[in-house]
Design a protein around this ligand. Structure first.
Ligand code: BGC
Length: 234
């Protein structure tokens, strides 16, 4: 779990990034303890933006693909606010990464349909039309072949779990890109998340027509985007 103080006018981090290991099992109360530790570390007294790896609607967690099931239905913004006394704005993590890319990065001033895809344990997606976020699009949660979710086939965790070469996994990820291209006809796809840094190892496998670029934000996109979400009171 990472945090930093962000200048939302420039998208720059004003502090060092602070990391606290995710507590084992990542149950709500334990995560809330870490959130409280985080704001205390920064002596922060303002609003807090938070990217979260699930569908989030008005602070409520609505899905739990890769997290403890007890999150589902939880009003997480209230839990974190009660614990810290601060106002929280929680958004989907890929939506947050996309907000950063659209405001300060590869998606800046891009018209039309832009889709952010984060590659990590899951496959996150953020959709923007003429710069406006269409929240909670879950492209990685669509079933694919024998897989319950596309992300079980094509996320970075599938590469690790099945010990796939970048070439083999890249073909799988390209299947996902083809699906996204067919479904939404985007003008641009931006890749984020840990694996996007290694794009040179798998971009040869891409056969889509839509331009695909890596987000230059890398690990900071989620933090910067969460701060933007907070400032916009999303
Ligand atoms: C979740 C998404 C999330 C993605 C990346 C998926 O398992 O369903 O909401 O954005 O993981 O963390």
């Amino acid at each position: 779990i990472k945090g930093a103080i962000v200048n939302i006018k420039t998208g720059e981090l004003v502090s060092e990034k602070h990391r606290i290991p995710t507590p084992k099992g990542a149950k709500p109360n334990d995560v809330a303890d870490v959130i409280a530790e985080m704001v205390t570390f920064f002596k922060w007294k303002g609003e807090v933006g938070c990217g979260f790896p699930s569908i989030v609607s008005r602070g409520k967690i609505l899905s739990a693909n890769n997290i403890d099931k007890s999150w589902k239905g939880l009003q997480a913004d209230e839990l974190f606010s009660e614990r810290t006394g601060l106002e929280f704005h929680i958004v989907n993590d890929a939506d947050a990464a996309g907000l950063a890319a659209m405001t300060f990065g590869a998606g800046k001033d891009k018209e039309g349909l832009v889709i952010m895809i984060t590659i990590g344990t899951g496959l996150g997606s953020g959709m923007f039309y003429n710069g406006t976020l269409v929240p909670n699009i879950e492209l990685g949660s669509v079933p694919y072949k024998k897989y319950k979710y596309f992300e079980h086939y094509a996320a970075d965790s599938a590469r690790k779990r099945e010990d796939l070469s970048y070439k083999k996994w890249g073909k799988r990820f390209n299947d996902f890109l083809k699906f996204v291209e067919f479904l939404a006809s985007p003008d641009l796809i931006i890749l984020g998340g840990g694996a996007s840094k290694k794009i040179d190892k798998f971009k040869d496998q891409f056969t889509v027509n839509v331009p695909v670029v890596a987000s230059e934000f890398e690990n900071e996109a989620g933090i910067v985007g969460a701060a933007i979400a907070s400032a916009r009171k999303l």
